[in-house]
Ligand binder design. Sequence first.
Ligand code: NAD
Ligand code: IPM
Ligand code: MN
Length: 365
Amino acid sequence: SKTYRIALLPGDGIGPEITAVTVQVLQAVGIRCDLNFEFSTGLIGGIAIDETGSPLPEVTLDLCRSSDAVLLAAIGGYKWDNLPRSQRPETGLLGLRAGLQLFANLRPAQILPQLVDASSLKREVVEGVDMMVVRELTGGVYFGMPKGIFKTETGEQRGVNTMAYTDAEIDRIARVALEIASKRGNRLCSVDKANVLDVSQLWRDRVAALASEYPDVELSHLYVDNAAMQLVRAPKQFDTIVTGNLFGDILSDIAAMLTGSIGMLPSASLGASGPGVFEPVHGSAPDIAGQDKANPLAMVLSAAMMLRYGLDERDAADRLERAVTAVLDRGERTGDIMAEGKTLLGCKAMGESLLARLEDTSALG
Ligand code: NAD
Ligand code: IPM
Ligand code: MN
């Protein structure tokens, strides 16, 4: 049997609850597919601050670097919201992405037929939605210099961040997106703010130049404000979207709600080489933490992305995804996707049902 070393980063809030479910489910799928997962747990985020003083201890980064893949739940919480920026949980997550050079964040948003009525939008608007948001993850205004809160000559405070992209940074994310689009519906929409921002003009020019190498991919451009509106008005027009770090953060939360709940949306963060980080799009949900209410499916589906994109174990990935579908087919729902006539489950019970479904699906092949 094959052995994979997986770095587990449960983090804060609902993180440990959804991690527990995901580990159980991965172990079960491992047994059925003859895969052996060696999990090592690392500290990141608020819990790492509490235990070590740093949101990303060096040992955690080393653990991730020496693993085959990293499975991260979520970080953050009220308790740490007033610390200086360098000591905040979010800084740990950004440090992990930068440290592993994970410049490409893939955020698929697919509406499952079972959840059409869980969306806040009308059935006819969301039915059939199937898109991939490709978000640049290690550049843009999240990382550009200068940044900070400075004192001006007149004694005022001035907060500064810088939105910057080099042509090389744009080219590598554009290539990833063009490759993905060419394997999906052959349509790529690049989202920017080129009517106002110089950095976006360069973005648009470079994406267009690279797209000429992919004659089969139909390229379009949208300004980000219009893209936000179009995502809600007529989401089915989108196949693959490519955009910068901040715009991708915001647009992927919108895309998440098309599918019913952010509690359903997985993501994969990939670099040119080395281990990827697989993490839900949602955060640590401090409002429901510790109450056994969290939806573990975004993290389970992130584990499926880990199997598919990180470890190339497609059969195991298919089984996990089939188990999720099977649970939903039975009408079982966590609170965030609950609807009339369905059965409300907690996080743990959802995990148990997934395990039972894995038994059924293994019987089916
Ligand atoms: P959030 O995604 O944590 O929560 C937004 C809303 O969605 C909340 O009402 C929450 O209860 C609900 N929700 C989220 N995930 C859910 C799940 N799996 N099941 C059921 N409901 C779920 O966003 P927020 O409240 O803006 O942020 C909370 C903290 O998480 C902040 O500290 C933020 O910085 C952090 N955060 C971390 C990540 C990450 O680790 N990748 C992502 C986003 C936010
Ligand atoms: C996400 C989160 C993070 C981001 C935060 C927590 C740093 O919102 O993964 O979408 O903005 O990238
Ligand atoms: Mn986000």
